[in-house]
Design a protein around this ligand. Structure first.
Ligand SMILES: C[S@@+](CC[C@H](N)C(=O)[O-])C[C@H]1O[C@@H](n2cnc3c(N)ncnc32)[C@H](O)[C@@H]1O
Length: 217
């Protein structure tokens, strides 16, 4: 794409834009110098949900380089809950990158998110009065997503969200199929405590179709 980004892009379809973002921008985005793999339209929704739900704990499952962990930690400072972020990855890169920022407000756990020991460490850092929101962004296979949904569903507080990222894999050709959206659509049939909040997809250009699950009871 040459200089006149907007003029040259007007003929793009939404699908074209999603591939453009995925191929040209997704892996170039940074937050405070650390890679953060996010669609900006979803970031706006996350910011809104954090403000609206006012969680005391946000759990990020899969942190890669840690940029989004830091983004979450900074967003938590804008709400009055004095909240914390728990971030998990099977790999240690994010943990290493976050060394300067780790504290009782930004807790990093290295381990497989579905391993009982990892889940135990997460639970050890949550109290009965905490309001918990979870963002799942790990391997994206339907099998792994289903395990995450099952293992973490009870941790989400009523009125809060279980965000399952990258259901877009089931729609576009991005490698993982069946992916997160297939898992959600199957799982939700027998988990009526959760409802898909399609309002969170109103910008259309989301990576998380059917992925914003609100715990309603
Ligand atoms: C898409 S990246 C996460 C991106 C990050 N949330 C961000 O927004 O920048 C996926 C990460 O999930 C991790 N991962 C994959 N399978 C996992 C598992 N079973 N348990 C924990 N982490 C896992 C990978 O090591 C990788 O770093």
């Amino acid at each position: 794409m040459e200089n006149n980004y907007l003029e040259n892009s007007l003929p793009m379809t939404i699908k074209d834009w999603l591939y453009y973002h995925q191929n040209r921008l997704h892996f170039r985005q940074k937050y405070r110098g650390l890679d953060m793999i996010k669609n900006p339209f979803d970031l706006i929704i996350y910011e809104e949900l954090i403000w609206q739900v006012r969680p005391t704990v946000v759990i990020e499952i899969g942190n890669a380089s840690g940029g989004f962990s830091l983004w979450l930690s900074d967003r938590m400072k804008m709400v009055d809950t004095n909240g914390r972020v728990i971030t998990i990855d099977i790999d240690s890169k994010g943990d290493t990158n976050l060394y300067k920022y780790k504290s009782d407000k930004l807790i990093s756990i290295i381990g497989d998110c579905n391993d009982i020991k990892t889940i135990g460490k997460v639970r050890d850092n949550i109290g009965g009065n905490d309001k918990v929101l979870i963002i799942e962004d790990s391997s994206h296979t339907a099998e792994n997503t289903l395990s995450v949904l099952q293992n973490y569903k009870d941790i989400i507080s009523v009125g809060s969200y279980f965000i399952i990222e990258d259901g877009i894999c089931d729609i576009l050709d991005l490698g993982v199929r069946p992916g997160p959206m297939s898992a959600v659509l199957e799982w939700i049939k027998s988990n009526s405590n959760f409802q898909i909040d399609r309002e969170c997809e109103r910008y259309i250009l989301t990576y998380n179709p059917n992925g914003y699950l609100k715990r309603i009871r």
